[in-house]
Design a protein around this ligand. Structure first.
Ligand code: NAD
Ligand code: WQD
Length: 354
C-alpha cells in the first residue's frame, strides 16, 4: 500500500468533500471519525461516487491507544485534521467539551504524529480567529484578533499550539486553512451538509424554511452599518474548499514551517441578498422576520484570498448561484439528509412562489 493521508473527521461535511477530492486525485486515504456529527452513509456515498473502497476507522482522536495503533499499522505521511466540534452557540454552554475535543484532541494527534515522525498537517481553522476584524477584506498578515466564542478560542489556541510546534522542530510543515462561510454541496447531490439537531447557520436554516419545516426565517439584526442593515459574509463553496486542501497538501511537500491561508471568495453578501438570490434561483418564497442582533455576530467579514492564489494557485471557482443551486439539489434529493426517512421531521411541503 502507498503513502496514506489520514483524514480525521472525514465523514463530516467538509471532510467528506475533501476525501472525495483526494480519492479523485489518486491518493490513498484513511478516514478516522467518531461519527458524533456524521454517519457512515456519507462514506458509502463516496464509495459509490468513486467506485473505490474508503478505508474507515470509527474512533476518537482523544483515544491515544487507537492513534498509536493507526500510525503503527498504516504508512501515513500526512494528516488532514477536520475533526472537532463546531457550534458557536453550543460552545458557550459546553466549553469543556469544546476545549477537550478541539484543543486536547489536536494535542493528542500531534503527539502521535511526532512519535511516528509524520510532520505534515493541514488544519481546519476558521475566519473566527480574526475576531472583530480591524480591516476588511481580511488579510492573513495583519494577525489574528480576539475570537468572540469558546469555539473561536479553541481554533486560535490550536493555531498557537501548532505555531509553537513548528518553532520547536523544523521538520513540521503545517497549513492553517482559515475558512470563511462554507456552503454548497457536491454537484452530484450525493454528499452535503447534514447537521445533527437544529441548525444555526444561515443556509441550513434557510433550506428548512424552503422545505416547509419551519414557517419563517429569523433574520438577526436589521440595523448593522452594511449595505442593507443585515450582516455580510464571504460564502465559499465546499468543493472549492476541498480543492484548497489538495493544493495546500501539495504546497507542504516543498515548504516547512507554519502557513496561514484564507479560503474565501473575496466577495461579501448580506443576509437579505442571500434570501433574494435563493428565491430567484429556486423560485421558492422565503418568508422572514427581523429579530434583534444575535450575540457575537460581527457586521461584516470577507476575505482577501490573494495569498492562497499566490502561494497555492487556489481561487474559488464557484459563484453564489452555483453555491445555492448545489445546496438546493442536495436538499431536494436528500430531504432527510443521509437518513432514508425520519419520523422526527415534518413532511416536506415546498412553498412555491405565488
Ligand atoms: P462536521 O461536524 O460536519 O465534521 C466534523 C467531523 O468530525 C464529524 O464527522 C464528527 O463526527 C467528527 N468528530 C468530531 N469530534 C471527533 C473526535 N473527537 N474524534 C473523531 N472524530 C470526531 O463539521 P465541518 O463543517 O465539516 O467542519 C470541519 C472542520 O472545519 C471543523 O474543525 C470545523 O471547526 C472547521 N470549520 C468549519 C466551518 C463551517 O462553517 N462548517 C467553518 C470554519 C471551520
Ligand atoms: C451568517 C449570517 C447571522 C441564521 C459561523 C461561525 C464561524 C464559522 C462559520 C466555523 C449572520 C445570519 C443566521 C439565521 C440569520 N464556523 N443568520 N438567521 O456566524 O458568520 O459563522 O459559521 O468555524 O466560526 O461563527 O455564520 O451562517 O451562522 O450566520 O439571520 O437563522 O446569517 O446572524 O449574520 P457565521 P452563520
Amino acid at each position: 500500500m502507498g503513502k496514506t493521508t489520514l483524514i480525521t473527521g472525514g465523514a463530516g461535511y467538509i471532510g467528506s468533500h475533501t476525501t472525495l477530492a483526494l480519492i479523485n486525485a489518486g491518493q490513498q486515504v484513511l478516514v478516522l471519525d467518531n461519527l458524533c456529527n456524521s454517519c457512515r452513509e456519507s462514506l458509502t456515498r463516496l464509495e459509490r461516487l468513486t467506485l473505490t473502497r474508503v478505508d474507515f476507522i470509527e474512533g476518537d482522536i482523544r483515544n491515544t491507544k487507537l492513534l498509536d495503533d493507526i500510525f503503527s499499522r498504516y504508512d501515513i505521511d500526512a494528516v488532514m485534521h477536520f475533526s472537532g466540534l463546531k457550534s458557536v452557540e453550543e460552545s458557550v454552554r459546553k466549553p469543556l467539551d469544546y476545549y477537550a475535543n478541539n484543543v486536547v484532541g489536536t494535542l493528542n494527534l500531534c503527539h502521535a504524529m511526532a512519535r511516528y515522525e509524520v510532520f505534515k498537517l493541514v488544519f481546519s481553522s476558521s475566519a473566527t480567529v480574526y475576531g472583530a476584524p480591524r480591516q476588511i477584506p481580511i488579510i492573513e498578515d495583519l494577525g489574528t484578533g480576539k475570537p468572540i466564542s469558546p469555539y473561536g478560542r479553541t481554533k486560535l489556541m490550536t493555531e498557537e499550539l501548532l505555531a509553537d510546534l513548528c518553532l520547536s522542530d523544523p521538520r513540521w510543515s503545517i497549513a492553517l486553512l482559515r475558512y470563511f462561510n462554507p456552503i454548497g454541496a457536491h454537484e452530484s447531490g450525493q454528499i452535503g451538509e447534514n447537521p445533527n439537531g437544529r441548525p444555526n447557520n444561515l443556509l441550513p436554516c434557510l433550506t428548512q424554511v424552503a422545505m416547509g419545516r419551519v414557517p419563517e426565517l429569523t433574520v438577526f439584526g436589521s440595523d448593522y452599518p452594511t449595505v442593507d442593515g443585515t450582516c455580510v459574509r464571504d460564502y465559499v463553496h465546499v468543493v472549492d474548499l476541498a480543492d484548497g486542501h489538495l493544493k495546500a497538501l501539495q504546497a507542504l511537500q516543498s515548504r516547512n514551517g507554519i502557513h496561514a491561508w484564507n479560503l474565501g471568495t473575496g466577495n461579501g453578501y448580506s443576509v437579505l441578498q442571500i434570501i433574494r438570490a435563493f428565491e430567484d434561483i429556486t423560485g421558492i418564497s422565503i418568508p422572514f422576520k427581523f429579530a434583534p442582533r444575535r450575540a457575537g455576530d460581527i457586521a461584516e467579514c470577507w476575505s482577501n484570498p490573494t495569498k492562497a492564489g499566490r502561494d497555492l494557485g487556489w481561487y474559488a471557482q464557484r459563484d453564489l448561484v452555483r453555491m445555492i443551486q448545489d445546496t438546493w439539489r442536495w436538499q431536494l434529493r436528500n430531504p432527510h439528509g443521509y437518513h432514508a426517512q425520519s419520523d422526527l421531521l415534518a413532511p416536506v411541503a415546498l412553498k412555491q412562489r405565488v
